[in-house]
Design a protein around this ligand. Structure first.
Ligand code: GDP
Length: 370
């Protein structure tokens, strides 16, 4: 599943948010085996109201949501990239993540000590980003040395090495100016060559602005810290989401109906977990398709652009290998038809072949040879 690392300075609300996410995730998926698997790793169900609607249509016995893994990466502090003490381990944990959520303190509370003495989202994020950038610069320098020393044999190798060197030099220049690798424009060829380095600042980063409950209604528009963070994020190709770790923690004490009422009373349309997951999905170019039947209704996560056989392969490699065709109906079409039979009668159920690119919300039934 998608793995999201939670990073940030000490005392900004990381553990509060992580614990709330895992507890709320468990509560929403009471019947599913999602849980905290290690003290700092939690797997949570991706909330998706479409599952319930689909399962009513199919009279399914079970609902299986897709899941996201969260890792609480505490301890990324000043000096981590120098590899002192546990620093290296933290960076290795980050390297394994698909996306990073950086919790940024945007709330005032004189009872909660700030490590730098004052609330300052711009400086706080600089501290964390600097450690990630230093690690990337070290990686890139090693790679550049290897490219210099290595004896490229063919003309193609020489040309490709030149392309890579040029791209890496541009990234280092950007990093020197506090600009992350993800904000550097690369050609498709360059992207492919650079990908192998798994640069930390290339990973999608979501700033989770941790605010007090009063800021939820207007999404932080009247909070100057959030404003400053949004301006900075735009330059770094980052998204900002608004959460209140404290509210998330309170939500976990409530049943789903009470929780929805509480959120509504705060003027918030959804909890922080849903918005975090939705943003990560979008940044990573992920989408959801469904399978549905009497046994179960289930959500599957794929990368956007995947063909029908590739999407089938997410369920089982046999489905991909023996793929013949896929009965496909768009979620909205199925809901307005009311049943698969009706959707077929309306001409909404399509037979798609090997070239078909799966769309968000497709409901699919694969036909395959074994
Ligand atoms: P971590 O070190 O980043 O994991 O931070 P913690 O989650 O342990 O939180 C540090 C302190 O800030 C705790 O005392 C929390 O109760 C408090 N805190 C976390 N989120 C909020 C928030 O949204 N508002 C307020 N007022 N306090 C918070």
């Amino acid at each position: 599943s998608l793995k999201t690392g939670i990073v940030g300075l000490p005392n900004v609300g990381k553990s509060t948010l992580f614990n709330a996410i895992c507890e709320n995730g468990k509560a929403q998926a009471a019947n599913f085996p999602f849980c905290t698997i290690e003290p700092n790793v939690g797997i949570v169900a991706v909330p998706d109201p479409r599952l319930e609607t689909l399962s009513n249509i199919s009279k399914s016995k079970a609902i299986v949501p897709t899941s996201v893994e969260f890792v609480d990466i505490a301890g990324l502090v000043k000096g981590a990239s120098k590899g002192e003490g546990l620093g290296n381990q933290f960076l290795a944990n980050i390297r394994e993540c698909d996306a990073l959520a950086q919790v940024v303190r945007c709330f005032e509370d004189e009872n909660v000590i700030h490590v730098a003495g004052k609330v300052d989202p711009v400086e706080d994020t600089d501290v964390i980003n600097f450690e990630l950038a230093l690690s990337d610069i070290t990686q890139i320098e090693k790679r550049l040395q290897r490219l210099e020393k290595g004896r490229a044999k063919t003309k193609e190798e020489i040309a490709s090495n030149e392309v890579e060197k040029a791209a890496l030099s541009r990234i280092v220049e950007a990093l020197d100016q506090n600009i992350p690798a993800r904000a550097v424009q690369l050609t498709e060829d360059e992207s492919v060559l650079v990908k192998g380095l798994q640069l930390l600042t290339m990973k999608p980063m979501i700033y989770a602005a941790n605010v007090n409950e009063a800021d939820l209604a207007d999404q932080g528009s009247s909070n100057a810290y959030v404003q400053a963070l949004r301006e900075k994020a735009a330059k770094e190709s980052c998204d900002v989401i608004i959460v209140s770790a404290q509210v998330e923690a309170e939500l976990r004490e409530l049943d789903p109906v009470e929780a929805a009422e509480y959120l509504e009373s705060l003027g918030a349309s959804e909890g922080g977990l849903a918005s975090l997951i939705r943003t990560a999905y979008r940044q990573l170019g992920l989408l959801t398709y469904f399978t549905t039947g009497v046994q179960e209704t289930r959500a599957w996560t794929i990368r956007s652009g995947m063909t029908a056989p590739e999407a089938a392969g997410v369920i089982h490699s046999d489905f991909e290998r023996g793929f013949i065709k896929a009965e496909t109906v768009a979620y909205d079409d199925l809901i307005s038809a009311g049943s698969l039979t009706q959707a077929k009668d309306n001409g909404r159920l399509r037979l798609e072949g090997k070239e078909y690119i799966v769309n968000e919300g497709d409901v699919m039934n694969f036909k395959f040879n074994v």
